[in-house]
Design a protein around this ligand. Structure first.
Ligand code: SF4
Length: 320
């Protein structure tokens, strides 16, 4: 009975793409890991790190029990002993140097493991330190702060609907490599291919010719740090051309006049040189024929219906 092969369906715990896995086991041994074909989200896609979970699981160096350093060497101990050691050494540090003498760091699996989801924040609160670090604090806190201020919660992050978009503009992100990170889009390459197959277009704005830029209809190699000017010019153009129509969202929006005033100086012509996009680009699929200024062309063409993806979390959890 224990020798019969069985399938278990799980979510890959390694990154936010949340690919569905089919884990084949015989007894307590993992015999294979592959993408779960029926997963509605990832449809069988899995990156090399997902396949490597079997190796990670069986790695002889994997930590399976707590280790305590004694006389310069790590020694395996039981959980009771580990907690006693923590109590013995941590409490005096807190008493002597204060709560901020402790720093906590938590990795990506914290978003996938019930125990960590439930208890990490409680532990952080109990310790009372302000030094809490995670994969998020490396690169996505500005996005989460802005989402918290705009939508009420730091996890209310709007994501593009790539499966229905006609035009996808990716600003400063490389989802072919990252599978979206905060966006959570497993198999971005396949989804971008489907977008183009139904007549949609992918435009990348990035100083670097990324893997995503390689498969895009257009890549604008903007000068580093200039994306804020380009985005301000896009918003300027929306106001300038009377394209701001709030409709049923009007009761939920405040500060529109302040935004209009803030972006008023940022005309496409003014930001072009700063963005390094001032030359007319031959064959540029975004440019409008006859328009010499590439930024103006891009702004005018994109602004009315663009689906902007200002993903600030450009992590690259997928292997190339
Ligand atoms: S992209 Fe790779 S690492 Fe991320 S969830 Fe999917 S299989 Fe796991």
């Amino acid at each position: 009975m224990t020798d019969a092969e069985r399938s278990h369906y799980r979510i890959c715990p390694l990154c936010e793409a949340c690919c569905g896995l089919e884990v084949r086991t015989r007894g307590d041994r993992v015999v294979a890991i592959r993408g779960a074909a029926d997963d509605v989200f990832s449809a069988g896609y899995v990156c090399p790190k997902g396949y490597a979970l079997k190796d990670l699981h069986e790695d002889p160096d994997r930590l399976r029990r707590p280790l305590v350093r004694r006389d310069g060497a790590f020694v395996e101990v039981g959980w009771d002993e580990a907690f006693a050691e923590i109590e013995r050494r941590l409490v005096p540090i807190l008493q002597r140097d204060g709560r901020d003498a402790v720093a906590l760091s938590v990795g990506n699996p914290s978003a996938h493991k019930m125990g960590l989801i439930l208890y990490f924040s409680r532990l952080a609160k109990a310790l009372g330190t302000k030094n809490v670090y995670s994969a998020s604090t490396l690169d996505q806190m500005p996005k989460q702060l802005s989402c918290g201020l705009m939508f009420g919660h730091w996890l209310s992050v709007p994501v593009p609907d790539i499966e229905r978009a006609d035009l996808l503009v990716v600003v400063g992100a490389n989802p072919v490599a990252s599978n979206g990170s905060l966006w959570t889009v497993p198999d971005f390459r396949g989804k971008a291919k489907a977008l183009r197959a139904r007549g949609g277009r992918l435009v990348v704005i990035d100083p670097r010719r990324t893997e995503t830029a390689e498969i895009a209809d257009a890549h604008h190699a903007i000068r580093p740090g200039a994306d804020v000017f380009l985005l301000a010019a896009m918003v300027h153009t929306l106001f300038d051309e009377g394209l701001v129509a709030l409709g049923r969202l009007a009761p939920h929006v405040s500060g529109l006049d302040e935004v209009r005033a803030a972006v008023a100086p940022f005309t496409p012509e003014r930001v072009a040189a700063r963005c390094g996009l001032d030359a007319a680009a031959k064959g540029n699929p975004v440019a409008i024929p006859g328009q010499a200024n590439r930024v103006a062309a891009m702004v005018a063409h994109l602004a009315p219906k663009s689906l902007l993806v200002p993903i600030l979390a450009g992590r690259h959890p997928g292997l190339k």
